[in-house]
Design a protein around this ligand. Structure first.
Ligand code: DC
Length: 222
């Protein structure tokens, strides 16, 4: 059995940051499942495929050729690391992610990321659907305002100016869609460690998660 830690939560809750820091500390693989939905949304947009063309979207999900190379991500040979991180790509991802057939098409691929010595998987349904038997499950939250603020600062650092009010609105819309869809909605998995990170630093969140990891894997020195 390959050890698995899942980190779920809404957009901007810091899952990605905590997942990569944790994977680095442990020397484990990492799965950024949101990137897969973003890739489907991005590829669909590029080919002019609408969100109602379910068969075509599934074909993209099954056949897209993706390569992870360090921090870089390639889709059918094109470097898309930055293009899939835009707010537009995030919204497209959230829309394709609400389609059950697209989720089903990505399921086994996501599971194939589980490799020795272990996997840290981040997303919305990692602990509830994709890896229900994970050894450690974490559910990370923060207020919509705080998440929008974090995003605003990230974008500002990159020289991109976006209104904070628009970001709060987008985040709320995305939460609404991710939490209320019929299939694999965003929920805290049973027995997950819930961390409300609005007023916590990254180190404080990581320490709480490490506490749970140490209990689950007493032989690991982390
Ligand atoms: O984590 P993210 O913001 O990169 O995810 C983009 C969208 O993909 C998000 O709005 C919902 C969807 N998603 C999902 O439905 N299930 C996952 N496991 C990961 C992401």
């Amino acid at each position: 059995m390959i050890p698995i830690i899942t980190i779920d939560g809404p957009s901007g809750s810091g899952k990605g940051t905590i997942a990569s820091l944790l994977a680095e500390r442990l020397g484990w693989e990492v799965l950024d499942s949101g990137a897969l939905y973003r890739l489907v949304g991005y590829a669909a947009g590029k080919s002019g495929i609408g969100f109602d063309q379910v068969d075509n979207l599934c074909e993209i999900a099954r056949n897209m050729h993706v390569m992870f190379k360090g921090d870089q991500l390639f889709l059918d040979g094109e470097e898309v690391s930055r293009s899939i991180r835009t707010e537009v790509a995030g919204n497209a991802a959230s829309k394709v992610a609400a389609i059950p057939e697209v989720r089903a098409a990505l399921l086994e691929w996501q599971r194939s990321f589980a490799r020795e010595p272990g996997l840290v998987a981040d997303g919305r349904d990692m602990g509830s659907v994709v890896f229900p038997d994970a050894d450690v499950k974490v559910f990370l939250t923060a207020s919509a305002e705080e998440r929008a603020n974090r995003r605003h600062n990230q974008l500002k650092e990159k020289g991109i100016s976006v209104s904070l009010r628009d970001l709060v609105r987008d985040i709320r819309e995305r939460d609404e869609r991710d939490q209320n869809r019929d299939v694999a909605p965003l929920i805290a998995p049973v027995a997950a460690l819930e961390v409300e990170s609005t007023s916590l630093s990254i180190d404080e969140v990581l320490e709480q998660v490490l506490g749970k990891v140490r209990t689950a894997f007493p032989d690991l020195c982390v």
